[in-house]
Design a protein around this ligand. Structure first.
Ligand SMILES: [Zn+2]
Length: 152
């Protein structure tokens, strides 16, 4: 009447993260690379890092493609309010009419990258100035102040 359920035996293999031997789930078989959820997550993180290293512009390109798709066919450049003030000076409608959507989006991105670079450089300069100014204040000899105040 009832047949004995077949015992599904998984493949024994070493975990590609920790190296420990494990029995792979029979349903997954040879495709299973890790022994545990923890190792599976670690492998995923490692794969993501490898992907990001090999495809450094992937997400930016996807974002720009999506933006080009959103803007395509529109007569005026949208999202003017979301642009940094320095980039609002770029005549978006003019660029759009002369060069098209791709150029508008790419020039906008170029502007953002340059602006971010300039801002981060300015922050570094401010920190350096504060540090140097602080050193000058600390180095101010107390004796000179005392000398000046005793004269009066
Ligand atoms: Zn493992």
């Amino acid at each position: 009447m009832s047949s004995k359920p077949k015992k599904r035996r998984g493949l024994r293999k070493p975990c590609s993260v920790c190296g420990r031997w494990f029995v792979a789930d029979a349903r997954v078989g040879a495709r299973q690379k890790t022994c545990s959820e923890e190792c599976r997550r670690a492998l995923k993180v490692s794969h993501r890092a490898t992907f990001a290293k090999n495809n450094p512009h992937y997400w930016r390109e996807r974002r720009l493609d999506a933006k080009i798709e959103r803007i395509a066919g529109k007569q005026s450049p949208p999202e003017l309010g979301t642009r940094p003030p320095a980039l609002r000076q770029m005549p978006g409608a003019y660029v759009l009419s002369k060069m098209g959507t791709e150029a508008l989006v790419i020039l906008g991105e170029l502007g953002r990258v340059l602006l971010a670079g300039a801002q981060s450089e300015m922050e570094v300069q401010v920190l350096r100035l504060k540090e140097e100014f602080g050193e000058v204040l600390r180095a101010e000899p107390q004796s000179e102040i005392a000398a000046v105040s005793s004269r009066s």
